[in-house]
Design a protein around this ligand. Structure first.
Ligand code: NAD
Length: 276
């Protein structure tokens, strides 16, 4: 698998993002360093971390050692809920850059809207300033519901290029995906494998067997064919490679229809209106 085979999804600000990346949630600094190094060696060029994950230093060590040009890999990080507000977001961004050992991140996201604090508009203003400085090349949000996006679009200047939300076959997020399509906001799927829980679903297991792929590969392929950006997590080298080997087969329309019918609205993560 060569990097040229990973499609890039265009963003509304003129940039683009590799459609498949590595997630590093619940991974220590040392594990992040190892898994990012493995992933870059396997051809991944996109890493998704966050201040909250506590592993930006480990990610940064792997990037520093990888020998790639800065423009050949894409790094996302996020501001955590306890740093909302204009000044604290700017401070948190500086800390993230310092830990990552980078001058710029490719994508900076508000991790959750944290609606009780009611500071996400102010927080987003800080992201707009960081983008104007060029230190955040692109800016976006995560876990925003339609009503949060409506308000952000009404009260700020730059439409977020991405909304990173929980998406997997049991939670397909049709309303938010349609909203994204209508406003040129790319949908990025977190917990794309439902934290591993969807991998035992009998219909998916049977379908994967038919294609001669693993259930994880089938589900990642489904995300890609929906046009989503997808960031499966693994720290196991063989799985990191397996999750990247998804460009040599294509799901037929009737199988996409079957997966579409599995949506049960079941979350593996928290509801965005309840996280503060
Ligand atoms: P995921 O859906 O990617 O599942 C990961 C788990 O699936 C692994 O821990 C492993 O148990 C299993 N797995 C992975 N590859 C496998 C394979 N090939 N075969 C069998 N099992 C396999 O879950 P996730 O880590 O929650 O989500 C992915 C990434 O999304 C995170 O690492 C993080 O970067 C991001 N994320 C963002 C938010 C947010 O609020 N923005 C929330 C959760 C996750």
């Amino acid at each position: 698998m060569s990097i040229d085979e990973v499609p890039r999804v265009p963003l509304a600000d003129g940039r683009s993002i590799p459609q498949l990346g590595l997630g590093v949630y619940k991974v220590s600094d040392d594990e992040a360093e190892a898994s990012v190094s493995t992933a870059l060696g396997a051809g991944y060029r996109h890493v998704d971390t966050a201040a909250y994950y506590g592993n930006e230093r480990g990610v940064g060590r792997a990037l520093a050692a990888c020998g790639l040009d800065r423009n050949d890999y894409f790094v996302t990080t996020k501001v955590w809920n306890d740093q909302h507000g204009y000044d604290s977001t700017l401070r948190s961004f500086d800390e993230s850059l310092d830990k990552l050992g980078l001058d710029e991140v490719d994508l900076y996201l508000i991790h959750w809207p944290a609606p009780k604090q009611d500071l996400y508009v102010e927080t987003y203003r800080a992201l707009e300033a960081l983008r104007a400085q060029g230190r955040a090349r692109s800016i976006g949000v995560s876990n925003f519901q339609v009503h949060h996006l409506d308000r952000l679009l009404a009260e700020t200047d730059i439409v977020p290029v991405i909304n990173q939300i929980e998406v997997h076959p049991l939670l397909q997020q049709r309303e938010l995906r349609a909203y994204g399509d209508a406003h040129a906001i790319v949908t990025e799927a977190w917990s794309p494998l439902g934290r591993g829980k969807v991998l035992a679903h009998p219909a998916l297991v049977a379908m994967a067997e038919k294609y001669g792929v693993s259930t994880a590969q089938l589900v990642i392929r489904w995300h890609l064919q929906l046009g989503l950006v997808v960031i499966p997590k693994s720290v196991t080298p063989s799985r990191i490679a397996e999750n990247f080997d998804v460009f040599g087969f294509e799901l037929a329309d009737d199988d996409l229809d079957t997966i579409a019918s599995l949506d049960s609205g079941e979350r593996v993560g928290s509801h965005p209106d309840k996280v503060d």
